[in-house]
Design a binder for this molecule. Structure first.
Ligand SMILES: Nc1ncnc2c1ncn2[C@@H]1O[C@H](COP(=O)(O)OP(=O)(O)OP(=O)(O)O)[C@@H](O)[C@H]1O
Length: 604
């Protein structure tokens, strides 16, 4: 049984054809009406969406067509007006009328909360904290940013969901990225942790699927044909993106499904068979499904890589290339590609440009920088003293937290064994904690996360598997018990606190084993207006003069801006017509020399 939007359209092409030119009588339940035609107002002109794909006007062949190996025939996206901005019978669906069976059964991801005019509140996001953030864009014809959701035409159903989420106004990355994506442009976007990147790519994908039409295509066997693919590096992050996307797409008719490793594949297959428009996936499980021919990427119109720099570093790049270049996905130029992260080393930007066509680079805040909503402390602690030092911190925290029992502490360690052992020790010392790392079963990982989120075990000891993307409310303190080797990993780890405009605290234990991080850490702290201890500055200058054991210096990866602006990019300056804020380029001594990170802690 297939109930997704795309599949419903495929099964109802004749009705679509009849409906596309006129709005006709109100729909009945027996007649399928595609979302963009449901409950049309008498005059659709005022609701006509902005032209999509205007940058693709006149597109006559795939960019990088040599890579296209889709079996000789390109996917027929069959969307009216593709590349021309025209879409017959355009406009938006809304909630009443034209329900399909999938929507009837749809669980309300918001529980009982219904939007009520004038009752909006924001989720605590401190927008003033973001007002001064420098924004830099580069690329041809950059669409202008917006200030409010009202200025963006996402359709009535999505607007209702924005209200249900209690988002009052778009965050800076949303203000800039959503118009770019709605205009059909490819995008490489870098914005600080916790600044709302998920919605920035989900809204345009959902809106795009709702307003485009796809002609009937024969779907063979049990293979499913999603229209959008969102890839992320960990199971928990994929699951979180899925939950968010379900909220944003509630009552739009757009079907979102998640697949990741460690969970029973049969259950996921059954879910896929019910229909899928947006597929959220970790790369390993997706490759498995592609090889079993249970998923085809032929119809992919939107490709999003969250944590894109992680997805393209050495651990994941082969799988990503396989998915994007060697299966049946339309080549760049024939799909819209969006890459998001808080960090974007230049070498990764260079790699990523293979997947993009005439893209816009967007940096909200310094690329790879951390938000100054997070107070960062670095303490010199010898290996042998780390546990007692942590205990002191936790005791002090406990004393100041008598009135806020729901404040959570996330402790990052280097190894899975180290995580288990520290968790056990904390338990003995009277601090209920749990762990998340790659040696735990998926069920254990999910239980641990639930127990942490609920405050039942308010301390989570984690490896890097929890470093990126996870949006856990009330994480007040991130402790880098073991510092990472890479400054970008540090940025993501501390970004688990200080989210959505809230403040947070990050403490790092530093010793001789971390000398290679001294310089990038001192620079990062300085940029984020933090107090840099004198001893760290001394360490940093010592390392800069040839010291340091660890050669995987984070600073070497620290990207500053659009790599196309560097001299090494031979297409010259023609790319840069954007509304660049400029003036915040690379700090001296940064750039080049990317050393890929080891992927052991991550989900394949
Ligand atoms: N416009 C908005 N108004 C209020 N809250 C928002 C808005 N957009 C997003 N949020 C909230 O901000 C929080 C952080 O968003 P999100 O997880 O998308 O951040 P992110 O930029 O992807 O972070 P990371 O880099 O760590 O992955 C979420 O709880 C989300 O619901």
């Amino acid at each position: 049984m297939r109930t997704s939007w795309s599949d419903s359209v495929a099964n109802s092409a004749s009705e679509n054809a009849a409906a596309s030119g006129s709005f006709g009588p109100p729909p009945t339940r027996a007649t399928y009406i595609p979302p963009h035609l449901r409950n049309q107002p008498p005059c659709s002109d005022s609701l006509a969406p902005p032209s999509l794909g205007n940058d693709r006007v006149g597109y006559s062949g795939p960019v990088g067509g040599s890579r296209w190996d889709g079996g000789g025939s390109r996917p027929d996206h069959g969307r009216s007006g593709h590349g021309s901005g025209g879409r017959g019978g355009g406009g938006w669906n809304n909630r009443s009328g034209g329900w399909d069976r999938g929507r009837e059964r749809e669980v309300n991801p918001f529980g009982d909360v219904e939007p009520a005019c004038g009752e909006q509140e924001n989720t605590g996001i401190n927008f003033d904290a973001y007002e001064d953030i420098p924004v830099e864009t580069s690329g041809h014809n950059v669409p202008l940013p917006v200030n409010t959701f009202a200025e963006i035409d996402l359709g009535e159903a999505v607007n209702q969901n924005i209200q249900r989420c209690k988002y009052v106004k778009p965050t800076p990355v949303q203000r800039n990225a959503i118009p770019i994506l709605l205009a059909g442009r490819d995008l490489m976007a870098c914005a600080q942790t916790g600044s709302g990147k998920t919605a920035a790519f989900c809204f345009p994908i959902i809106a795009g699927i709702m307003r485009e039409q796809y002609v009937q295509r024969s779907h063979g066997g049990r293979t499913v044909y999603p229209l959008a693919l969102i890839l992320s590096p960990t199971r928990e992050l994929s699951s979180q993106i899925h939950d968010e996307a379900k909220k944003f797409s509630y009552q739009t008719g757009v079907k979102v499904v998640v697949v990741y490793g460690g969970a029973p594949i049969n259950q996921q297959l059954r879910e896929l068979e019910r229909g899928v428009d947006i597929l959220v996936a970790t790369p390993g499980r997706l490759v498995d499904l592609l090889e079993r021919a249970r998923v085809s990427l032929q119809m992919i119109r939107y490709l999003a890589l969250d944590e894109a720099d992680r997805m393209l570093d050495m651990g994941f790049e082969p799988q990503i290339r396989k998915i994007v270049e060697q299966m049946d996905m339309p080549p760049c130029g024939m799909r819209q590609t969006m890459l998001f992260s808080a960090t974007f080393p230049k070498e990764i930007q260079r790699l990523a440009s293979d997947f993009l066509s005439n893209y816009i680079f967007l940096a909200v805040g310094r690329v790879g920088s951390s938000t100054d909503l997070i107070v960062q402390r670095v303490e010199h602690v010898q290996e042998i003293d780390k546990r007692s030092h942590l205990l002191d911190l936790l005791h002090a925290q406990r004393e100041t937290e008598v009135n806020s029992k729901h404040s959570l502490t996330l402790v990052f360690v280097e190894t899975k064994k180290g995580a288990d052992s520290l968790e056990h020790w904390l338990y003995i010392k009277g601090f209920p904690s749990t762990t998340i790392h790659g040696d735990r079963t998926q069920q254990e990982r999910e239980m641990a996360l639930r127990s942490f989120k609920s405050g039942k075990t308010p301390i989570l000891v984690a490896t890097d598997v929890a470093a990126r993307g996870l949006d856990i409310p009330h994480v007040a303190h991130v402790v880098n018990f073991d510092l990472p080797n890479d400054i970008d990993d540090y940025v993501h780890r501390i970004g688990r606190t200080g989210r959505a405009g809230k403040t947070g605290l990050a403490t790092a234990f530093f010793n001789e084993n971390n000398m290679s991080l001294a310089r990038p850490l001192a620079d990062l702290m300085q940029e984020s207006n933090q107090v840099v201890p004198a001893w760290l500055t001394r360490c940093a200058s010592r390392v800069s003069h040839g010291g340091g054991k660890n050669r995987r210096t984070g600073g070497a990866r620290f990207g500053g801006r659009d790599f196309r602006r560097e001299g090494s990019f031979n297409k010259g300056t023609e790319y840069y017509g954007g509304n660049s804020g400029g003036g915040y380029g690379l700090p001296a001594g940064f750039g080049g020399g990317y050393n890929p990170a080891v992927a052991s802690a991550w989900d394949q």
